[in-house]
Design a protein around this ligand. Structure first.
Ligand code: NAP
Length: 287
């Protein structure tokens, strides 16, 4: 079975490749960094005209679509540039892969919803509040209407074991420097390992449709900071709770959880949000 990761250098794409390679399964990838093109990887820049992009000459069975502009701020500030990458060329390329008979897994987000209620259902109405979310909705709407061989995997937050924000908090707290954390910005994170496991299971079943994957409840960024400070015996008095509005951020959803009950099909139980934080602490040998 030939597997292709579009965006093989990103957080999710590179981890997918690492996990497959550990099981001695080879995976092809695309990169938009010319210097990283090697055997088994193809140059693909989603800013270019992807209609002329030469598809691999052999049959690809599964495509994991992991490339794009993922910064909410970048999408907000550069709506046209980001839309060309995240919507226009993403749709064109996925359509080409679907037409070639590949099964495509597109990674989407809770940002397609307004975040006013917890545990958004699979068929909840779209109501994005950010440009990033609107772009996800555009792609999803196209895929749901036009492509047969597509799974859409919506995630809340996916936490790797390298999280610059948490690293920064820990360094500051250790040096008795106060930190400002949002008490009204929430996440329902799953670990990158958990997310990869779900994506691989979707690829094995190749069942089209929408999948949801989030932790079982939301936690605020301040709750995460208090959790980390308690685990590492750091001074919690240095944690200042502020609002995201204090720093000019216009929107943050009250709820980010997704109704993930469909994951039972894979014998997967949605995790506690603290599992992903614990995994970060253990990996960094901080607990
Ligand atoms: N991580 C999460 O918490 C999360 C949650 C829900 C959904 N998702 C979705 O999952 C997908 C993968 O996310 P991720 O966390 O792996 O993000 P990521 O680390 O930013 O990966 C995206 C990759 O696309 C690359 N890219 C940027 N512009 C490109 C272009 N013009 N042409 C080709 N590639 C380009 C990026 O390169 P540079 O790094 O050089 O920019 C990066 O390698 C995205 O669609 C994201 O929206 C992620």
């Amino acid at each position: 079975m030939a597997l292709l990761v579009i965006g093989g250098d990103g957080k999710i794409g590179s981890k997918l490749i690492e996990v497959y390679e550990k099981s001695h399964i080879s995976v092809l990838k695309t990169t938009w960094k010319k210097e990283l093109v090697t055997d088994g990887s193809f140059y693909l820049n989603l800013e270019d005209d992807v209609e002329n992009w030469i598809l691999p000459s052999f049959k690809i069975d599964v495509v994991f679509f992991c490339a794009g502009k993922t910064s909410i701020d970048y999408c907000e500030n550069e709506p046209l540039k980001s839309r060309k990458i995240n919507v226009v060329n993403t749709i064109k390329l996925i359509k080409r892969f679907c037409d070639s008979g590949a099964f495509v897994i597109y990674i989407s987000s809770n940002a397609v919803f307004n975040g006013e209620t917890p545990f958004s259902d699979l068929n909840e109405e779209f109501d994005p509040k950010t440009e990033y979310g609107r772009q996800k909705v555009e792609v999803e709407s196209f895929l749901l209407g036009m492509c047969e061989n597509v799974a859409i995997a919506r995630f809340g937050k996916i936490l790797s074991v390298n999280i610059p924000l948490f690293n920064d908090w820990i360094i500051k707290l250790r040096n008795a420097v106060p930190i400002n954390v949002f008490s009204d910005m929430n996440m329902s994170p799953v670990s990158l390992d958990y997310a990869i496991d779900i994506l691989i299971k979707i690829s094995q079943k190749k069942i089209k449709g929408i999948y949801h994957c989030s932790a079982i409840h939301d936690i605020s960024y301040s709750a995460v900071a208090y959790f980390i400070s308690s685990k590492l015996c750091l001074d919690a008095n240095l944690i200042n709770c502020i609002s995201y509005k204090d720093v000019g951020i216009k929107f943050s959803p009250r709820y980010t959880t997704l109704n993930s009950s469909k994951l039972q099909e894979f014998q997967s139980i949605p995790p506690s949000p603290f599992d992903a934080i614990n995994q970060y602490l253990i990996f960094n040998d901080e607990s």
